[in-house]
Design a protein around this ligand. Structure first.
Ligand code: NI
Length: 229
């Protein structure tokens, strides 16, 4: 069924200037994939995009390569690029890894956080309250988490976490709809900001573990039913 969806029904045709084409095409496709207008399995053809945006195939190819690197597209034999599944078999492993990495970063970061870091974190919670666009929710969720980790002295750890969080943005749409939520609940986020503000490291770590394990459980249940386990 997914193969029947045509790009031209989802993306508005527009005339792009050559120098902005790659970036704009990447962004248009990225939000359409993240908010579900282009479901997994949809074929993404270079020529169709080139025609839609009035550009050559070169910037289109570059945009698709970026999206492939972000695991939003995958290349299939005889089919070319298609929208990747929202949830991979390794999603549960990803969450287990996130718990390890992020609790360590939080432990390192909390003693060094100042009032402006906490203000930033609370600002993202506020914006998440009012946001309904999935792509934007994913971005704000990532910024919220990073704002509490970013004082960790181990910068390599922070880069690994940022990669995992970028990857998580594509789970988010699935996560919200499978839990019947139009938006993220902010209870965990508020508890996390409070504990970080009070420098309660163990309490903050416990909240973060619960937050990530809940998401992981939802995904495991989904994969189990999908695979009939
Ligand atoms: Ni979160």
């Amino acid at each position: 069924m997914a193969e029947k969806i045509k790009l031209s029904n989802v993306l508005a045709s527009e005339q792009l200037l050559p120098h902005q084409a790659r970036g704009v095409i990447e962004e248009r496709l990225r939000s359409a994939i993240l908010d579900g207008r282009l479901p997994p399995g949809t074929a993404v053809r270079q020529q169709e995009l080139a025609t839609l945006f009035g550009v050559s195939r070169m910037p289109v190819r570059e945009a698709l390569r970026q999206l492939e690197a972000q695991s939003l597209l995958k290349v299939e034999m005889h089919k070319g690029a298609v929208v990747a599944p929202l949830i991979g078999e390794d999603a549960v492993d990803t969450y287990a890894l996130r718990v390890l990495l992020e609790t360590e970063a939080l432990r390192q970061s909390i003693p060094l956080l100042d009032a402006s870091d906490i203000d930033n974190a609370r600002g993202y919670i506020q914006q998440l309250e009012n946001e309904t666009r999935h792509a934007e929710i994913g971005r704000l969720n990532r910024l919220f988490h990073m704002s509490l980790y970013n004082k960790a002295p181990n910068k390599k750890l922070l880069r690994l976490i940022e990669d995992e969080l970028n990857e998580e943005e594509r789970f988010l749409r699935f996560h919200l709809s499978s839990m019947g939520l139009g938006k993220l609940t902010q209870d965990d986020h508020n508890a996390l900001a409070d504990a970080a503000s009070d420098k309660l490291v163990d309490e903050a770590v416990a909240v973060l573990e619960r937050h990530l394990n809940n998401a992981s459980r939802v995904i495991r249940r989904y994969l189990d039913t999908q695979l009939g386990r």
